[in-house]
Design a protein around this ligand. Structure first.
Ligand code: OFO
Length: 166
């Protein structure tokens, strides 16, 4: 059984994962409209992945005697300045998610809720991968620099081969 405070925090995390899914969906849609097929495919997958992160939390809260709350969705941006902005926003966003997860882990230890603590370890590992992936993509974009054109064309083609984890 989870405490009311852990239930509240887990529901907040559930909402954050839902917001991540919406943000990546908006970015995917923008990339599609801009003609970046590879990037949009990558981001659509990321968006789906975030939805699974949300569902995992929803199931856990209910299984542990809490009540999961499906959150209201805020509208993400429709337009993004350029590819660099998209991926630096992603990195920033993932760093924020990592901070939230760390805070949650800290609270479970304070409350001696080792079951939830154990459950959250999956998110801790996931965040390491997600931040590393966003950094790797940003590094590629930095190499391309400002001369968009053919560099971005190859980037768009290559990103299809970057694997998206669970
Ligand atoms: Fe990308 O964050 Fe979920 O966990």
């Amino acid at each position: 059984m989870i405490s009311k405070s852990i239930e509240k925090k887990l529901n907040e995390q559930l909402a954050a994962e839902a917001a991540s899914s919406q943000l990546y969906l908006a970015m995917a849609s923008w990339a599609e409209v801009e003609g970046f097929e590879g990037v949009s495919g990558f981001l659509y997958k990321q968006s789906e992945e975030e939805r699974t992160h949300m569902l995992k939390l929803l199931k856990f809260i209910n299984e542990r005697g809490g009540v999961a709350e499906v959150p209201e969705l805020a509208k993400p941006p429709v337009k993004f300045e350029n590819m660099h902005q998209v991926f630096s926003d992603i990195l920033e966003h993932e760093q924020e998610i990592t901070n939230r997860i760390n805070e949650l882990v800290h609270i479970t230890l304070e409350e001696k809720d080792y079951t939830t603590h154990n459950f959250l370890q999956w998110y801790v590992s996931e965040q390491i991968e997600e931040e590393a992936l966003a950094r790797a993509v940003l590094d590629k974009l930095k190499l391309i620099g400002d001369k968009q054109g053919s560099g971005l064309y190859l980037f768009d083609r290559d990103i299809m081969n970057i694997s998206v984890t669970s």
